[in-house]
Design a protein around this ligand. Structure first.
Ligand SMILES: N[C@@H](CCC(=O)N[C@@H](CS)C(=O)NCC(=O)O)C(=O)O
Length: 212
């Protein structure tokens, strides 16, 4: 008998990616609501970030950090639906959108979300310069992702994949911030896809709680 623990606050977008992957694969797990930069999380991750994973097996504990590493491990270690397509073309397409998310999308969008949601939650004052500076780069990245969905379907070349599980948690924060309306207005394909994704139990069961 093995037990898998995901160490991540339920507010984390990357933590939700791992949780969606675990739901999709049908893997039982425990969510340890670890806070980023807590002493425990700094032990698990050299930069103190969430998520991290501990899989306790008969052969000892397997400990991982970094979302892609955790999801690849989950995909290979457990039976169930694949997180990435086996077909070469579909796999290449899925990896392309994963890279676009990692390299060009997460940082600008999350910089705005942090200022609008997480800074005020800690009684701080949002830095309007940070918000303004990241609007153009966020709009560009979301526009590129939107074009990928123009023919309907998902970000992978075939069906649902890890690429969708990466993008959804970030995009789901946009309706919670004032800038979200403008950013979502220009991406109708993302809005359609978001509606489809919200019909999946792996998305519904992992939605972050309201702040405050
Ligand atoms: N490269 C990391 C990024 C993880 C990450 O940025 N996590 C955010 C939450 S979604 C975090 O811990 N932020 C707090 C911090 O950086 O101190 C991964 O793939 O897991």
């Amino acid at each position: 008998m093995s037990t898998l623990t995901l160490h991540s606050t339920p507010f984390s977008t990357y933590g939700r990616t791992c949780r969606m992957a675990l739901h999709w694969k049908g893997v039982d797990y425990t969510l340890d609501p670890a806070a980023p930069q807590s002493p425990e999380q700094q032990e698990r991750h050299p930069w103190g970030k969430v998520p991290a994973m501990t899989h306790t097996t008969a052969n000892g504990d397997i400990k991982l950090y970094e979302t892609l590493a955790i999801c690849t491990y989950i995909d290979r270690a457990f039976d169930g639906r694949d997180l990435l397509p086996a077909n070469a073309i579909e796999r290449g397409i899925a990896e392309q959108w994963i890279s676009v998310f990692q390299q060009y999308t997460y940082a600008p969008v999350v910089n705005i979300i942090v200022q609008r949601i997480f800074v005020p939650a800690r009684d701080g004052t949002p830095d309007e310069t940070v918000v303004k500076e990241n609007m153009v780069t966020s709009a560009k990245a979301l526009g590129v992702l939107d074009a990928a969905l123009a023919d309907g379907g998902y970000f992978g070349g075939g069906g649902l994949s890890l690429a969708d599980f990466l993008v959804l948690p970030l995009v789901d924060y946009l309706p919670r911030i004032p800038e979200g309306e403008a950013l979502l207005a220009d991406v109708p394909n993302i809005r359609r896809w978001q509606g489809v994704m919200h019909g999946l139990s792996c998305a519904r069961d992992t939605a972050p709680p309201a702040m405050g």
